[in-house]
Every structure is written in C-alpha cells, then in structure tokens.
Design a protein around this ligand. Structure first.
Ligand code: ZN
Ligand code: ZN
Length: 307
C-alpha cells in the first residue's frame, strides 16, 4: 500500500514553472516601487483604493476559502459552479495555479517542519544564522529552489487531477493573470477616461494588491511557524499569531489549523477573528456550501497542549 501511495509523477515543466513564478513574484514588487516612487501622495485616487480593497478581499477569499480550505483540505463541500468561482478568485492572487498550490500545501502538511516540507523555516541549520536563513526560505526563498520539485507524489494530486473544473481553471492560468491586471486597468480607464489613469488603477488594484497578498500568505509559512502561541498539540512548529488574523482572513490561527487540518474553521476558540470561516458560514446559510467540518468541544479538549 505504501509503495502505491508514494508513487510519483514527473513534472517536466517544473523549471519553466519556477521561471514563471519568479516573474510573478518580481513584477508586483516592481509595481510597489513604481507606486511609491511616482504616486505616493500624488496619484492615489478613491477608485484605486476601492479596487485594491475589493480585489484584496476577493482574492483573499479565493486563497483562504478556495485554494486552502476547500481544494487542499476538502474542509467543506460545494457545487461545481462555486468550485470554479473560488478557483478563479484564488488564481487572481497570482500564487500559481490551483492544482500546484494545493499539492505543495499538502506536502507541507505531510512533512511539516521535517525534510520534504517545501517551505519549513526549521530545516536550514542551527543557530541564529539558520533561523534567518530559514525565515527567508519559508517566506519566499523556496520559490527559487528546485530541490525536490521535480516530482510530486501522485497521492497529493490524484483527486485534483480528476476534477474537470479544477483542470480547466488550472489550464487557463495565463488568462487569469491577464484579467487580474486587466480588470483594474479597465475600471480605472472607464472611470478616469485616460490610459494613464487606467495604468495607475492597475498598479494599485493589481500589482500593489498582489504584492500585499503574496507577503501575507508567505508570512503564514514563515512567521506562523516561528512566532506565536501553541495552544494545541501538533507535531510541528506551527503557531497562532493574532497580528496576522485580519489581513490573512484567519489563516494565522496556524497552530489550530495544523492540529485540525480538515476543519473549515481556523479560529476555533473564543475571540479568534477568522474572516474565511465567517465567509463559509455565510455561504452555508445561503445554501451555497454544506458539510462544513469543525472540531467539537471534546475533540478540541483532547488536543489541547495542556491536556
Ligand atoms: Zn504550516
Ligand atoms: Zn493547510
């Protein structure tokens, strides 16, 4: 059984994917520099900020509710139309195609903080130097590493490959890249009436927004495996960090998440703000999603670190 589950699938285009990722990571940073250099205090208009806010929220839901809780962990069930919509919104965050993202994250859970984890901050050697190197690697250095990336264990992707909706959205990734920048441009152009104002809206509502989303997501991999509390038993270094709860849509209750990976609710304890969970509960009330997983009182008590 073990030999079957560890079957691997070669990924011949992994180097190309790395190059595309490197471009996807760098261009939003260039956008931020443009924004700071040219526009700060001079050219940021209400429409730019509205686009930034709306797209940040939509793509945050796409990543946290769609890519992470639904596609990676199957923490609730929903219709094909909702799966498609969430996968497209997640793709707009420019964090890679949905199937590759979910596979990487399943690897992270299977090997969390040991050899095989694609982005652990704890496998880069001892001492302060190792910690700094580890934080960099977990945050974004791992994008530039091809170590262990040539193959993905089949068990991580079999169900994703079998989903025609995900396959289609994944295949159209370049279209989503075009739209995630093109829509803010079009709105800016429609409102402002000039190509320059369209460009400005694309910088704020596209590039700066993507940059912010990237670094919040990556902070979960770096900061939330190093700084914060550990109320639940988990076999890794995952932490709860309240500072990142709001911008990460609840992802930063990361120790809770590693203790209960199949739970759709990350902020499982009192007072833990989890906008992703609130969104799922709202969808549930509207009849758009169902079978929402969450640990009950006694399951939580059993896993408490103090138990
Ligand atoms: Zn983690
Ligand atoms: Zn996860």
């Amino acid at each position: 059984m073990e030999s079957v589950s560890r079957q691997t699938l070669p990924e011949p285009h992994y180097l190309l994917r790395r190059i595309v990722t490197a471009i996807g990571v760098s261009i939003p940073m260039i956008g931020v520099l443009i924004a700071l250099g040219l526009f700060w205090g001079v050219a940021v208009r209400p429409v730019d900020l509205a686009l930034l806010f709306v797209f940040y929220t939509l793509t945050g839901v796409g990543i946290s509710v769609g890519y992470h809780r639904l596609f990676t962990h199957s923490a609730f069930q929903t219709s094909a139309a909702m799966r498609g919509a969430l996968a497209i919104l997640g793709s707009f965050a420019l964090e890679g195609g949905v199937i590759g993202w979910a596979c990487e994250h399943r690897k992270h859970h299977a090997y969390s903080d040991v050899e095989g984890d694609p982005h652990s901050p704890h496998v880069s050697g001892p001492g302060v130097k190792g910690k700094v190197k580890g934080l960099w690697h977990a945050h974004m250095g791992w994008f530039f590493s091809t170590k262990g990336m040539a193959e993905t264990e089949l068990r991580f992707r079999r169900d994703l490959d079998a989903d025609p909706v995900l396959k289609t959205v994944d295949r159209l990734y370049f279209l989503w890249i075009l739209l995630t920048l093109g829509i803010p441009f079009a709105v800016g152009y429609a409102v402002g009436g000039t190509l320059w104002l369209g460009f400005e809206a694309m910088v704020w509502g596209g590039l700066v927004r993507i940059f912010l989303g990237h670094h919040i997501t990556w902070s979960i991999n770096s900061i939330c495996h190093m700084f914060g509390s550990r109320p639940y038993k988990a076999r890794d270094e995952s932490r709860n960090n309240f500072l990142l709860a709001l911008p990460s849509f609840g992802e930063s209750w990361h120790n809770n998440h590693h203790a209960f990976p199949a739970s759709a609710i990350f902020g499982i304890d009192r007072g833990q703000l989890d906008l992703g969970a609130l969104t799922i509960r709202l969808f549930e009330r509207l009849g758009l999603v169902w079978n929402v997983n969450a640990p009950n009182e006694s399951q939580r008590a059993l896993r408490r670190a103090s138990a």
